[in-house]
Write a new protein. Structure first.
Length: 180
């Protein structure tokens, strides 16, 4: 793979959202980063390549990260932040990386992370200034390096069975230390 081209695979469950949001994805890549982009229906790849107008040497990597974030389940608006800010990263891990869980135990761990009506997930996102996608047993976090670490610690504690109230308390103390 040469440096002027990237292919980003799109999972089957994200093809319909990709088609519905194609203009929102296509415009920032072509107008802001000045790269060429197309969706190959047969191979299910978003193909990105540089062109003579491309000025930014990191444009191809930023474009690939943006499309990858969308493919993982992030909203277009959240993924666009990857194009605008240099200090944003994407981190993914599996629940099994923290603790080997099966069946109902795995379901309960996912439930603890999401919380009632998604409240726990939203609280972690708001306190750590990150975006989180829970996709089956995989967790994807978008944010700055330090914020991803904080969010990952909170999620790991929930997977290990800590009470959400205790995790909230730890998050508040971590965020208070980080702001000063």
């Amino acid at each position: 793979m040469d440096s002027g081209r990237r292919d980003v695979p799109i999972p089957p469950h994200r093809i319909t959202p990709l088609k519905e949001n194609w203009i929102k994805i296509y415009k920032p890549l072509v107008e802001t980063l000045l790269v060429q982009v197309r969706f190959n229906m047969k191979s299910r790849l978003v193909q990105i390549r540089t062109c003579p107008e491309t000025k930014d040497k990191d444009a191809i990597q930023k474009a690939a990260d943006f499309v990858q974030a969308f493919a993982l389940g992030f909203d277009v608006e959240d993924a666009i932040a990857l194009l605008r800010l240099d200090q944003l990263f994407l981190d993914s891990f599996q629940i099994e990386d923290v603790k080997n869980l099966k069946g109902d135990h795995l379901s309960r761990a996912i439930g603890r992370i999401a919380g009632k009506n998604g409240r726990t997930k939203f609280t972690i996102e708001n306190v750590t200034k990150t975006r989180i996608v829970i996709a089956d047993h995989k967790i994807h976090i978008l944010g700055s390096y330090q914020n991803i670490r904080t969010a990952r610690t909170a999620i790991s504690n929930l997977i290990l069975g800590r009470a959400p109230a205790r995790v909230y308390r730890n998050l508040r103390s971590m965020s208070a230390r980080a702001t000063f």
